[in-house]
Design a binder for this molecule. Structure first.
Ligand code: CAA
Length: 381
């Protein structure tokens, strides 16, 4: 598979890069320290068309392809992975599924606002006892006249405090197992719906993560997305695309680690010359560059397959599995190359490591990606 980017894709990448460097980079360190949500940056990303990149213009989106989306998430995450995940959740986990499965009512009322960046979305699948084993949903949604009444708790929800609209998976028929799970769009401020405290995380600190609580929360029937019982399939289909977004985020972190290492090693002198003259450093750079390139190719492959309307779930899992590992390994090596300077906040590489780790956990842990890949290889799925 060849990856000659088109002029349009290169232009999107350049726009994302310039925006990241001029608008995101200057405040990234401070926002990480204060764990501050980048509200103004997200507003501007909306104006740029980056919050609904793959949504058709009819619904307020930019109508771009997945490859362009990957390039943009990568450039943004190269500078600040917190902004990368906020953007990725809105694009891949919220807008994508609403455009594919939402009713006209939902698309008009909610998707337009989400895709244009006027509103922010969140995706609520995980629960205290349903993480990797996502079929074990305990949150219930009981039909009651013109409403469904939701009860339960969701965990680890990215954009949990800042989002306006939430896609919530809940069980409508327990007897049917995963075929009894449905998806609902819930508005912030709906009575009976509240969020918990912001989690104090290791990394991606300026994105907010929290639990959500539903206590006799009435949601109008027209806010059911797709059909009753299709919620698990909805979540799985959505997560396939989400994994491409997280692979792109991880790729951005890996690239930033490599770049910082190249620059630092040329400046830092030891034993009478720049440390880049030492084979010990050169080999680290070679390994990092190889991992970055492999991660990039896998991520672009998954995106290109999705754009070509071909099966891509295995390739998306491979891209996420590989890119997230590459991000952690490259960030660790970047710290090693920086020595003591790598261990302090003044240099950015310690944040790269803190931010990288989550990419091996959310939107399916690395172990889950291996299940998806191995089942595809063994033709079980
Ligand atoms: N794509 C499409 N459909 C899929 C699928 C995939 N990758 N994986 C499973 N399915 C479908 C199956 O085809 C099956 O559908 P039918 O019943 O219609 O035939 C259904 O889902 C059930 O599949 P399985 O029998 O394979 O289910 P399982 O329980 O054995 O395993 C799993 C499924 C792959 C382990 C799944 O539970 C999984 O992906 N778990 C990880 C969950 C996850 O990624 N959570 C992330 C939380 S969201 C998040 O992090 C958001 C954030 O805020 C950043």
């Amino acid at each position: 598979m060849r990856f000659d980017l088109t002029e349009d894709q290169l232009m999107i990448q350049q726009t994302a890069k310039e925006f990241a460097e001029s608008e995101i980079a200057p405040s990234a360190v401070e926002r990480d320290k204060k764990a501050e949500f980048p509200a103004e940056i997200i507003r501007k990303l909306g104006e740029l068309g980056f919050m609904g990149m793959m949504v058709s213009p009819q619904y307020g989106g930019a109508g771009l392809d997945t490859v362009s989306y990957v390039l943009a998430v990568k450039e943004i995450s190269r500078v600040d992975a917190s902004v990368g995940v906020i953007m990725s959740v809105n694009n891949s986990l919220v807008c994508y599924g609403l455009e594919k499965y939402g009713s006209d009512f939902i698309k008009d009322k909610y998707l337009k606002a989400l895709a244009s960046g006027e509103k922010l979305g969140a995706f609520a699948l995980s629960e205290p006892e349903a993480g990797s084993d996502a079929t074990q949903q305990k949150t219930t949604a009981e039909g009651n006249g013109s409403c469904y009444v939701l009860n339960g708790t969701k965990n680890w929800i990215t954009n949990g405090q800042s989002a306006d609209y939430f896609l919530v998976m809940a069980t409508t028929d327990k007897s049917k197992g995963h075929k009894g799970i449905s998806t609902f769009l819930v508005e912030k401020g709906t009575p009976g719906f509240d969020h918990g405290l912001k989690e104090d995380k290791l990394g991606i600190k300026s994105s907010d993560t929290c639990s959500l609580m539903f206590s006799n929360c009435s949601v109008p029937k027209e806010n059911l997305v797709w059909e009753e019982g299709k919620g698990f399939n909805f979540a799985m289909d959505t997560l396939n695309g989400g994994r491409i977004g997280i692979a792109a985020q991880a790729l951005g972190i890996a690239e930033a680690s490599l770049e910082a290492s190249v620059n630092y090693s040329k400046q830092r002198k030891a034993f009478g010359s720049p440390i880049s003259d030492l084979q010990a450093i050169q080999f680290k750079i070679a390994d990092m560059a190889t991992k970055v390139d492999a991660a990039r190719l896998l991520t672009l492959q998954a995106a290109a397959l999705k754009d070509a309307h071909r099966k891509y779930y295995k390739e998306a899992a491979m891209a996420k599995l590989f890119a997230s590992k590459a991000a952690v390994e490259c960030a660790l090596e970047a710290i090693q190359i920086h020595g003591g300077y790598g261990y302090v906040r003044e240099y950015l590489v310690e944040r790269y490591l803190r931010d990288a780790k989550i990419t091996e956990i959310y939107e399916g842990t690395s172990e889950i990606q291996k299940i998806v890949i191995s089942r595809a290889m063994l033709d079980q799925k």
